[in-house]
Ligand binder design. Structure first.
Ligand SMILES: *Cc1c(COP(=O)(O)O)cnc(C)c1O
Length: 446
């Protein structure tokens, strides 16, 4: 394995000449619908660094969208996946099984909240996990309706597009969408009309009232929510909201699904973000951080719910691929050994401290309307000075200024005005502080 020096280095324009050349080739042959945040072509990546084909080293505050929490070339992931590659690449678990799949399900049973009997099924992508959670909830409850929330994101397949809140770019022109999907309010504290302190109680009451009046609780198979909403803008539902919704689901025989695809596996400083308010979901969907960059996803939950589907009803050719399972076991081993929950909490402390300082000391610091998130899932919401009007241009300009200086940041949010930070949990503190210096300087350039 190659050790990549953990230092930022900008030796060409970003993107550099080789990236520009590759981008021209890419535009000839890769479909336009597949975009890239920053068309810098990667040569290698690891720790907190992405090295491009021109020799630039970027500080990675994206982790490939919350995937490479253990780094993009973590030793245990590379070692275990390489060994598995040499043994066999695939048999299809539905044809002849293998131990790695079972081991991943054992780990999921141990790590996810609750001490009830649990079972899992493995898939390839996050969207596939969410779709399967819906299948399982429907067959278990013999009901059809699915409740999701404002600002929610659950994927790009047909059913998960229907579950996703935001039209552009995820849904525009791609309908018709799957039926029996209903959207209700979420407790978005910063934008709640009567104030953040009322958001938890009022939003949960409104959501429950809408479910009762518009759908009928007895028709609802599943309520699906991200315990920290990701693409929608790193929104932590105000305290009290998640417990109220989970209790409502319990009282009405509805399967409560926590979509932890972005927030899970140490990202928020806990194994799963729903632990923060002591929520024990009936089902939990995981992907992204689970396997150190290899494609794997899972639905984990109460054994009696998971076992509702008949044999052969769940699965897929590649679901729980042996190399991806080996990667997951390596990633989980790394999370335990390096105490990545502790690392994530430390990242929160450093980032929130520095961002609050920028908010108060910079001339244009008041465009930072809100600083939020948990662990290494931190964001700033950008607004027009002195208002709460979203400022997506400021988010785009800040991202661009950071990219030019070799710091990879991502934007998100329903209004496109959120700058989000998802560093690998193994990033060095010096590198993190250097990235924050660059972010601070970027405010002076917009
Ligand atoms: C990314 C994401 C998904 C979709 O995962 P894919 O692997 O891209 O299909 C679903 N839910 C949440 C919360 C996500 O962040």
């Amino acid at each position: 394995m190659t050790e990549i020096p953990q230092e930022r280095r900008v030796v060409t324009a970003i993107p550099g000449p080789k990236s520009v050349e590759l981008q021209a080739r890419r535009l000839e042959t890769v479909a336009a619908g597949v975009g890239s945040t920053l068309p810098v072509f990667t040569a290698r990546a690891g720790g907190g660094i992405i090295e491009d084909v021109d020799g630039n080293r970027l500080i990675d505050l994206g982790s490939g969208i919350a995937v490479t929490s253990v780094g993009a070339s973590a030793e245990a992931v590379v070692r275990r996946a390489s060994a598995q590659l040499a043994d066999f690449t695939h048999t299809c678990f539905m044809v002849t099984p293998y131990e790695g799949y079972v081991e991943v399900c054992e780990q999921l049973a141990e790590l996810t909240p609750g001490d009830h009997a649990k079972k899992s099924a493995l898939f390839n992508s996050g969207a596939e996990a969410v779709e399967n959670a819906v299948k399982i909830a429907r067959i278990h409850t013999k009901r059809t309706a699915v409740v999701v929330f404002d600002h929610g994101y659950h994927g790009r397949t047909n059913l998960t597009m229907a579950l996703t809140a935001k039209n552009m770019p995820y849904k525009q022109g791609f309908g018709p969408f799957a039926p029996e999907v209903y959207r209700v309010p979420v407790a978005y504290g910063y934008r709640w009309p009567t104030g953040a302190e009322n958001a938890g109680a009022e939003a949960s009451a409104q959501a429950i009232d809408q479910i009762n009046k518009q759908i009928g609780a007895e028709n609802v198979a599943a309520i699906i929510i991200e315990p920290v909403l990701g693409e929608g803008g790193f929104i932590e539902p105000a305290k009290g909201f998640l417990p109220a919704i989970a209790q409502f689901a319990k009282d009405n025989g509805i399967v409560f699904v926590a979509d932890e695809i972005q927030s899970g596996f140490c990202r928020t400083g806990q194994w799963f973000a729903c632990e923060d308010e002591g929520i024990v979901p009936d089902l939990i969907t995981t992907a992204k951080g689970i396997a150190g960059g290899l494609p794997l996803s899972a639905v984990t939950g109460r054994a009696e719910i998971m076992d509702s589907a008949h044999s052969g009803g769940l699965g897929g050719t590649y679901g729980g691929n042996p190399v991806a399972c080996a990667g997951a076991l390596g990633a989980i081993e790394t999370m335990r050994e390096l105490d990545l929950n502790g690392k994530a909490r430390r990242i929160e402390e450093v980032m929130k401290g520095r961002l609050a300082e920028m908010q108060s000391k910079l001339d244009n610091g008041d465009i930072i309307g809100d600083i939020r998130g948990r662990g290494a899932m931190i964001a700033i919401e950008l607004v027009q000075s002195g208002t709460k009007d979203p400022d997506p241009q400021a988010a785009a300009a800040l991202a661009k200024a950071c990219h030019a200086e070799g710091v990879l940041v991502l934007t998100c949010g329903t209004y496109g005005n959120v700058l989000r930070f998802l560093p690998p949990l193994v990033i060095g503190e010096d590198l993190l502080n250097e990235a924050l210096d660059v972010i601070e300087q970027a405010f002076g350039r917009i």
